[in-house]
Design a protein around this ligand. Sequence first.
Ligand code: HSE
Length: 426
Amino acid sequence: MSKIIKIGFLGCGNVGGGVWRLINDFAGDIEHRTGLRFDVRKVLVRNVNKARGIDFPEGVLTDNVEAVLGDPEIDIVLEFLGGEKPACDYLLEALRRGKTVVTANKVAFALHWHELQQAAQESGAGLYYEAAVCGAIPIIHTLNESLQANRISYIYGIVNGTTNYILTRMSREGAEYANVLADAQKLGLAEPDPSSDVEGLDAAYKLSILASLAFHGRVPFENVHVEGITGIKAEDIRCGQELGYTLKLLAIAKRDGLQVETRVHPTFIPDSHPLANVNDAFNAVFLRGHACGDMMFMGRGAGDLPTASAIVSDLVRAASAQKHIYPTFDNTLHPSVALENNTDWQSAFYVRMLAVDKPGVLGHVSQTFARYNVSIRAMQQKHAAADGRVTLVFITHQAGEKAMHQALKALDANFASVESVLRVES
Ligand code: HSE
């Protein structure tokens, strides 16, 4: 005899529609595998009359959130509204009323995870969020459960598909950012307002969740250093390619003792790195654990069915759980033993300059770098610009973030002007 689980949806856009279809089209297999049958009792939408291409049974659609949260028969609430408000309030209310929550809402987790977890633990409800990071890739479950026997030293993630698509096309075509973005918008591959993606916020929300789980301590979203891809020039991608590097928007989290650094920024990685071949809208997470060694997970980070894949798997897990499990770290914004936020991280740098072509200029640059302990690993001099200045491209060895910026500031502008600075990881 199958167990019937009554569920409610908060929202039903692209992802909600995918979940509806997956639950229905795959119902026989799920029931056969798990003995569970899902009955969607209520679906909260803004406009019940809008055409959605789904044949909802009479009375399922509602524009009243209380019809979902106040229905005592609904055990599990699936949230697809996204964003902070009102989604977060609804999630908290559902949890307080003892309803288990399954969500793809990375903003809610990055900003209000501690409140959500507290409400869940107080009522005993479950809190499932696999789809909040990297869509179909099961990275949350992996960090929460499968890698428990590891001390993870770092995570590199390509966690935003929109920016990966844009950078992939810029790299392949030598095209400028604005042209590729406009085309991606035309093709529906970038949002009409792409700011959260292209400015790196979406990736930063996800990184704060991944880093917290990987390092077993809350890494607040505010601690994530964020730079997006809006200032990237085709010329820098080309110069990097000539030196054997691929540009990616990387979400980077590293831990050394209690020191943690979290940063999202465009990053050159060697062409030989596995992440360099993660192209188009694909996502990937590369991590290192002291026992498991290096691992990479790759897959689709967005889209209706890939996201639904994570949500419905969470739903099955939530409905089968004897007891819900929560992360065990002190999930508050100000825990008594906190991870420390390191903002003076070490990385290699790519620097492109325009320099006058006369004796002593290279000496000036290398001496200035040396004064700040920045060592040059590779240098390329390129064609002269119209004003007679030449392009110099440097790759440095590992250097301190602050030292590198001080060195660049100390350069004599009569000799060389800095055009671009990008970080390099290997
Ligand atoms: N907008 C995100 C991306 C997907 O482009 O990857 C949802 O997090």
